[in-house]
Design a protein around this ligand. Structure first.
Ligand code: PLP
Length: 461
């Protein structure tokens, strides 16, 4: 199709919206390693997980065979309120950079929660309601997931208890108020509410918290209340499954105009948006239909993919979760207080970890001042104030486009713009005042986290 006919923003029509999520694991010859029970070191059984998670979500978590999982009608209806999200051609950015590359981004910030997190929140709240639960508990890092889950829970009339990483709680009071407006209760983590929180505070007094700590607290809160289950906004395969809606929409939208990306880029915290965006494209690559370059971008301050070990580890700091095989810095690693709260996680989704191990995706780490440089450049020219997490992908998309300028290659670059940064103005203020610093952990800083890795016999490793 001629360039001129490709719209600035590509939307799917309602009838073309995905009716089923795509389970990438079904197309992987070598599957991600199973979750293990930390006591028996045997693969976890559904009934063990069902004590903590909603039943149907457990099935989705463990299912690595079913390629398509139908999206229930209630969820499709909810999606229609804010989906499809647009695939946007960043013409102005291309022009400003003077690159021959074509840059597209899939924008997930067009809902009150401000990010892609709502795609999985509404699914998880739906299954909790269907199971007849009173409510759910969760953690939130940057606040987007907590906000999304409060919206989803209020829609289905469920109680929502959020443990918010302390540094985000302090930096983003307004995000906390959005959650409370939707009826959620919000507690800064680590807190004195749970025994695991008290223990972490005793061991690390004054800690700014981490996603790993908040997960431990939320799990304890769910297990100690009748009619409650724990839900998680990232890391798990069920979350990546729900986020496949991003990639399915993107691929269908681009297919309409015959656009085939060469490079696909996403930021990686626990891996859900990246996993969701790349899923159908990676499926093609695995089936030998089409080749793509996939790049996961993470903060240099929390480099699980680029400097972590591929090993079994706990998903939380308090060591109450099953063991997942993933790229990890060790559940004992507490990253420095960077401004991309949603990327401060010690591990990574097990499917993405396996894909990285097989050399099917690559990973890059970037420093936060260079991320904010890219965020500001993007905001000034494309009219969207990006979230710090999303700006990691922008950084690498710009770097790739500048490489094309040097080589003259006319690559098509696609990246995931996961959310908006209107609640991140404290971080932007630091950047604008020249007060933002970069912290890259030394090998000595990483050593205690690695030392905290559990010992798992070879047969499972
Ligand atoms: C806007 C935004 N993008 C990305 C992420 C990273 O999460 P994930 O890697 O699961 O997509 C977060 C997490 O909080 C987020 O809020």
């Amino acid at each position: 199709m001629s360039e001129a006919k490709i719209p600035y923003k590509i939307y799917l029509s309602e009838e073309n919206m995905p009716k089923a999520w795509y389970n990438l694991r079904a197309d992987m010859k070598k599957k991600p390693a199973p979750l293990l029970n930390p006591e028996t070191l045997q693969p976890v059984k559904p009934e063990e997980l069902e004590k903590v998670f909603c039943k149907e979500l457990v099935q989705q978590e463990l299912d690595d065979q079913t390629r398509e999982i139908p999206i229930p009608e209630e969820i499709q209806d909810f999606y229609k309120m804010y989906r499809p999200s647009p695939v946007v051609r960043a013409y102005c950015l291309e022009k400003k950079l003077g690159t021959p590359a074509k840059i597209y981004y899939k924008f997930e910030g067009n809902n009150t929660s401000g990010s892609h997190k709502l795609n999985s929140a509404i699914a998880q709240a739906y299954y909790a309601k269907k199971q007849g639960l009173k409510g759910v508990t969760t953690e939130t890092g940057a606040g987007q997931w907590g906000t999304a889950l409060s919206m989803a829970c209020s829609y289905f009339d469920l109680d929502c208890q959020v443990y918010m990483v302390k540094c985000s709680y302090e930096q983003k009071p307004f995000r906390r108020e959005v959650m409370r407006t939707y009826g959620a209760s919000v507690t800064p983590s680590p807190s004195m509410n749970t025994s695991v929180g008290r223990k972490i505070l005793e061991e690390h007094p004054g800690t700014s918290g981490s996603l790993g700590c908040a997960i431990s607290e939320a799990i304890e809160a769910a297990s100690s209340q009748d009619g409650y289950r724990y839900v998680l906004g990232s890391v798990l395969n069920q979350v990546m499954l729900h986020q496949s809606v991003i990639g399915l929409e993107t691929k269908a939208a681009l297919d309409q105009y015959g656009v085939v990306p060469d490079v696909i880029i996403g930021c990686a915290g626990g891996g859900s948006n990246l996993g969701g965006l790349i899923a159908p494209f990676m499926g093609q690559k695995l089936r030998g239909e089409q080749d793509y370059q996939f790049i996961a971008v993470e903060p240099a301050s929390c480099p699980s993919l680029t400097r972590g070990k591929y090993a079994y580890d706990y998903c939380d700091t308090g060591k109450v979760t099953p063991l997942a095989k993933m790229y990890t810095l060790g559940s004992g690693f507490i990253p420095s207080a960077s401004h991309a709260g949603g990327l401060r996680y010690h591990g990574m989704n097990s499917t993405l970890s396996e894909l990285l191990d097989q050399g099917l995706i690559e990973a890059r780490s970037v420093e936060q001042t260079s991320v904010f440089d890219a965020a500001e450049q993007f905001a000034r020219i494309e009219g969207i104030l990006p979230a710090p997490e999303s700006s990691h992908a922008i950084r690498v998309a710009i770097d790739e486009a500048l490489k094309c300028k040097e080589t003259g290659e006319e690559k098509t670059i696609l990246f995931g713009l996961t959310g908006t940064g209107y609640f991140d103005l404290f971080a932007y203020e630091k950047f604008n005042n020249g007060e933002m610093s970069d912290y890259i952990p030394t090998d000595e800083d990483l050593a205690p986290g690695f030392a905290s890795l559990p010992e798992v016999p070879e047969s499972h490793d």
